[in-house]
Design a protein around this ligand. Structure first.
Ligand code: URA
Length: 221
């Protein structure tokens, strides 16, 4: 018989945005390998029950720049790797055009499990709730503490809220750097999936996305 899902805790685990290392120490995680194992077992929200596996970040483990999306998509869930689907390909192209070597960044997500709804056999992306993102937040802070990037890019509103700890008006703040309490700089921009949904003016939308990302080029000189 299938085991019953462990109910999500009413109160998500606390994080310390002034000192992510404190969150890491409390979680008892010493490496990205341990983080993968811990997130695989995580049932602090219901998403781990239905996803294939957890997806943590990957890339340069000493990157100067960490890019954070919302959650893994269908392809990412199946492969266990972030940004390997259409949004990831668009992101890699935009980074190249912005003069940021994709192999020198670390890419991750605010939420580590894929949330979807079934339509027939298709798994359709569903946005995580604030509670689900809050439950996952300590894992993201652990990643920040392990990789220790001086700067991050928040790709869209879920990532921006998780990283900054408050709602960020993405359209008003895109292309701007905000400061976290731990001193890390956070560049705000759209999620690449939003560009994939643009019907008219996709090239212009892509050019603006590249323009936002190019604000982080200075880190790679
Ligand atoms: N969208 C995301 O936010 N993250 C991924 O890894 C893929 C698509």
């Amino acid at each position: 018989m299938k085991e019953k899902a462990v109910p999500a805790p009413l109160v998500p685990r606390p994080v310390d945005r002034e000192d992510p290392a404190a969150t890491l120490a409390r979680d008892g995680i010493a490496s990205l390998v341990e983080l993968k194992a811990a997130t695989m077992a995580c049932r602090e929200c219901p998403l781990g029950e239905t996803a294939t596996q957890s997806v943590i970040g990957e890339g340069d483990a000493k990157a100067k720049l960490m890019l954070v999306g919302e959650q893994p998509g269908d392809q990412e869930d199946l492969q266990g790797r972030p940004f390997v689907g259409p949004a990831g390909r668009l992101l890699a192209r935009a980074l190249q055009e912005a003069g940021i070597p994709p192999e020198k960044v670390f890419v991750s997500n605010a939420v580590k499990h894929f949330k979807f709804e079934l339509r027939g056999k298709r798994r359709i992306h569903k946005s995580p709730t604030q509670r689900e993102a809050a439950a996952c937040l300590h894992w993201l802070e652990d990643e920040i503490a392990l990789v220790r990037p001086p700067a991050l890019v928040a790709l869209g509103s879920t990532a921006a809220r998780s990283i900054m700890g408050r709602a960020v008006p993405v359209m008003a703040e895109r292309g701007h750097w905000l400061a976290r309490p731990d001193g890390r700089q956070v560049l705000i921009t759209l999620h690449p999936s939003a560009l994939l949904r643009v019907q008219e003016g996709r090239e212009e939308a892509f050019a603006l996305f590249v323009q936002d990302l190019s604000k982080a080029r200075k880190l790679f000189r």
